[in-house]
Design a protein around this ligand. Structure first.
Ligand code: 13P
Length: 340
């Protein structure tokens, strides 16, 4: 393994003012997104949409890396340029989702475990040759009556650590993503308790499996109220609880923490990140790796129409710029009104 190279990549992924675009929706998930704008989910349309995002002028000012799906890393733009080459030319590091999705966990009704370890060593070598320098694996932890069990937390964090160790063997930076899902009526207290337990188990598993933390990135949920909880925590409370949770569980050897948005609105996700970074110095870079919270407006503005490409790119550029400001606590919601 090339440790120096991985550490350099991990630090570049969380360079000041920059964050990650998660554009690695599986075919099923991108179908849902395209359905929402009444666009047919064909390979051509999936490529057209991703090409639009990657060709946005100035993307490299705010975006350090893009997480791709297997289909996308192999695709070329309309004019024949490989999509990976477009990203590299813009100064953006290509990454790849390598998990095979969350499936029911045997013996644990209502809980899931992420699959995809079989053959992973060979796939990582192929992705490295194709230009990927980091990867992503997402574990799903649901909150509900009597769940999560410690069995499901252990099964998921063990798999995350096995994936991370294989990535580092292949000189690829692992993004480790244990997502505590916000769906449900649970309180913010319960989210914090489950997120802390999950992160404690994760860092124990990474240690046991000899993963070098300096060459990893954490992609967690924020500590928020369940989406159906009657009492919603405000921006300051989310920021305080999330930082407290990480101070207790995430070693300072980890170079950066890049949040998922998980169903938050674009502006909520930016405001939360901003509040956390406005609070003073932290042991790790605190950044974003948003999917929906970087793409929602752009997707809507595009609507599948070639004449809307520039409007969609402007919407994506704006979101990326707002989140870039939130990296240093310089985001001001008034900038949203002006852009609108
Ligand atoms: P969201 O920001 O839409 O949650 O997506 C991020 C992601 O990559 C989830 O795995």
């Amino acid at each position: 393994m090339a440790l120096d190279e991985m550490i350099a990549v991990a630090n570049a992924m969380v360079a000041p003012g920059k964050g990650i675009l998660a554009a690695d929706e599986s075919t099923g998930t991108i179908k849902k997104r395209l359905d929402s704008i009444s666009v047919e989910c064909t390979e051509h349309n999936r490529r057209a949409y991703r090409e639009l995002l990657f060709r946005t002028e100035g993307i490299g000012d705010y975006i350090s890396g893009v997480i791709l799906f297997d289909e996308t890393i192999r695709q070329s733009a309309e004019d024949g340029t490989p999509l990976v080459a477009i990203l590299k030319d813009a100064g953006v590091i290509p990454g790849i989702k390598v998990d095979a999705g969350a499936k029911p966990l045997a013996g644990a009704p209502g809980e899931k475990v992420t699959e995809g370890l079989d053959g992973l060593r060979d796939r990582l070598a192929e992705y490295y040759d194709m230009g990927a320098r980091f990867a992503k694996w997402r574990a799903v932890i649901d909150i509900g009556a009597g769940i999560p069990s410690s069995y499901s937390i252990d099964a998921n964090t063990h798999a995350l650590a096995r994936y991370a160790a294989l990535c580092q063997e292949a000189s690829i930076v692992p993004i480790v993503e244990p997502e505590v899902i916000m769906d449900g009526s649970h309180t913010v207290d319960r989210c914090q308790e489950v997120t802390e337990a999950t992160l404690m188990a994760l860092y124990k598993a990474l240690f046991e499996q000899r993963v070098v933390l300096e060459g990893t990135i954490l992609k967690p949920n924020m500590v928020v109220s369940g989406s159906d909880c009657a009492e919603q925590a405000g921006v300051e409370e989310v920021a305080e609880r999330t930082i407290a949770c990480f101070n207790r569980t995430v070693p300072s050897a980890v170079p950066g923490i890049c949040f998922l948005s998980g169903g938050q609105s674009e502006e909520e996700a930016t405001a939360h990140l901003n509040a956390m970074n406005a609070g003073g110095p932290l042991p790790w870079e605190l950044s974003f790796s948003y999917g929906r919270a970087l793409q929602a407006s752009a997707l809507k503005a595009w609507g599948g129409q070639p004449e809307n490409v520039q409007r969609a790119q402007a919407a994506f550029h704006h979101r990326a710029q707002m989140n870039s400001r939130a990296r240093s606590g310089d985001y001001n919601p008034a900038a949203e009104q002006k852009a609108a």
